[in-house]
Design a binder for this molecule. Structure first.
Ligand code: F6P
Length: 545
């Protein structure tokens, strides 16, 4: 007899994939007849309450979806799609701790890491480690007593990107006496300049790795240890700490202080776990708890808000609408806050490692596209680099603007300019500029030798380019927690609609295995037998002797 868990999983696995629903067919018809030709400028004229109808207040985040290529009918059909695909059932299975990561037979419970203390062994374990980690962070933050001035996080992927994104984002509440360094790449050019500036007596190394086997992290950890020993470091127990599920491997490395976590925390969902230690060291225990509370508020919103007002669900649906009907291949994220400069990189792993899949839960090849490319830079820097392409390039790329109403500095003039820039870009993308408008404008820098009509064609913008604007009142631990959880659940939603496993990452394995095979071949006299001619030729050029 099947256990209730197995039965629920069977029910979830039996839920239809998006393309096998009536709503999908209806969306296709709707796209062909209306969706493809929707003009945002007309839509605003037609629907006077468009902004109110298409904006959503979620915990800590206000979202304006009105500059997106959808109308009430699109939305109705997308919500039908979510219902027919059982997104809410899939979501509940995740929150319940079902083994929804089918290929690894694991639950996906990062939401438990930010849930308040409750009954049960999992919650007890989570809060035991959290309490211990935060107590430890406070001892290090007492810099007069600890003597620590520099924290070096050594980790890669999910064991790097979360802390590396969150620490600068929360700089306003960071400990002024601690500097943070993030070493991830196996390229020695990453760690060498960091070590050059440090003193072992003032340095704490956090060796962060879920598996504690990752080549890059282990190589850097050994390099750090060798540097520590060679430069008069004496107290390894005080200066090295590990965050990992593999407590034994950390002990074998010689690390005494380890904060553990569990296999049901995916690497790219791990900043809420012990992997968040550098964040806790930077902002302290109370602020770290506020980060968790913000994420938990978004979890509740995702679980409880009706579908039509459920922000992660709506964003995930929009992603499918753009990817599978409009055929847009990428999405650009533009955080108008310098503290969020690493957010695009963080979101790349979150979205592309989760949803960059080509088979469904049964292993069958998908007849439609999945994860878009996610990319971006903070505003206004991106405006002076690639926004040209967003406005006048041949591809339509939906843009996500993230604006923060109140800064943590007092340079209000700069902040008003920043906000005006963000708003102007979303306005320009939508409005565009007709050739006639361009013709009537003065263009002092334009060539005087060129025919005016021809010049106007170069200076016109198609417009009707979609964007979403998210507004945070302030960038705080709580609002950052909510923002990251919003993205997690949005990625969950599109993955659930596509019927894929968003929680494995087999695509990274082949390169790792081939690297292990090539490593000995790179040495002098290494065997090139069986290699393709390109790889063999490249090895010969790269060999030191
Ligand atoms: O290679 C991909 C990956 O497994 C990511 O999913 C993960 O975040 C990263 O490597 C680091 O893994 P670990 O934390 O085990 O060192």
């Amino acid at each position: 007899m099947n256990s209730p868990q197995t039965e629920t999983m069977q029910q979830v696995a039996a839920l239809p994939r998006c393309d096998r629903t009536g709503a999908w067919i209806a969306l296709k018809t709707h796209y062909d007849s209306h969706g493809r030709g929707l003009d945002l400028r007309e839509a605003f004229t037609r629907q006077t309450d468009r902004f109110e109808a298409l904006s959503v207040q979620a915990p800590e985040i206000f979202a304006d979806l009105s500059k997106n290529l959808l109308d009430p009918e699109t939305l109705r059909l997308l919500l039908d799609l979510a219902r027919e695909c059982g997104v809410e059932d899939r979501r509940d299975a995740m929150f319940d701790g079902q083994a929804i990561n089918l290929t690894e037979g694991r639950a996906v419970l990062h939401t438990t890491l930010r849930a308040p203390r409750s009954q049960g062994a999992v919650s007890d374990d989570v809060h035991r480690v959290l309490d211990a980690m935060l107590a430890y962070a406070e001892t290090v933050r007492d810099t007069a007593a600890s003597g620590i001035r520099h924290v070096v996080n050594i980790g890669i992927g999910g064991s790097d990107l979360g802390p590396q994104m969150a620490v600068p984002a929360l700089d306003a509440c960071a400990h002024p006496g601690l500097s943070f360094h993030f070493v991830s790449n196996v390229d020695g050019h990453d760690i060498a300049p960091v070590l050059r500036r440090l003193d072992p007596r003032e340095t704490l190394f956090v060796i962060a790795s879920k598996t504690f086997t990752t080549q890059e992290t282990m190589a850097n950890a050994h390099a750090a240890k060798a540097w520590f020993d060679a430069n008069g470091g004496t107290d390894t127990a005080k200066h090295f700490v590990a965050t990992t599920t593999n407590v034994q491997a950390a002990a074998e490395f010689g690390i005494g202080t380890t904060f553990g976590f569990w296999d049901w925390v995916g690497g790219r969902y791990s900043l809420w776990s012990a992997i968040g230690l550098p964040i806790a060291l930077a902002i302290g225990a109370d602020n770290f708890r506020a980060l968790l509370a913000g994420a938990h508020a978004m979890d509740r919103h995702f679980s409880e808000a009706p579908a039509a007002r459920n922000l992660p669900l709506l964003l995930g649906l929009l992603d499918v609408w753009y990817r599978n009907f409009h055929g847009f291949t990428s999405r650009s994220v533009a955080p108008y806050h310098q503290g969020l400069k690493r957010l695009p990189a963080y979101l790349q792993q979150l979205e592309m490692e989760s949803n960059g899949k080509r088979v469904d839960l049964d292993g069958e090849p998908l007849p439609f596209s999945t994860s878009p490319v996610v990319w971006g830079e903070p505003g206004t820097n991106g405006q002076h680099a690639y926004f040209q392409m967003l406005h006048q390039g041949s591809d339509v790329i939906p843009v996500e603007f993230i604006l923060v109403k109140t800064p943590t500095h007092s340079l209000h003039d700069l902040h008003t300019k920043l906000l005006a820039n963000g708003l102007a870009q979303s306005q320009a993308l939508m409005r565009g500029k007709s050739t006639a408008e361009a013709l009537n404008e003065k263009a002092p820098t334009a060539s005087r030798d060129l025919d005016a009509a021809k010049l106007a064609k170069h200076r016109s913008f198609p417009g009707n380019r979609p964007s979403t604007t998210l507004i945070l009142d302030r960038l705080t631990p709580r609002s950052l927690g909510a923002l990251i959880a919003l993205y997690e659940h949005r990625v969950f939603t599109s993955g659930a609609l596509w019927g894929i496993n968003s929680f494995d990452q087999w695509g990274v394995e082949l390169g790792k295995a081939l690297c292990a095979d090539l490593l000995p071949r790179l040495g002098t006299g290494g065997d090139l037998e069986g290699l393709d001619a390109s790889t063999a030729g490249l090895i010969q050029r790269l060999r030191s002797a």
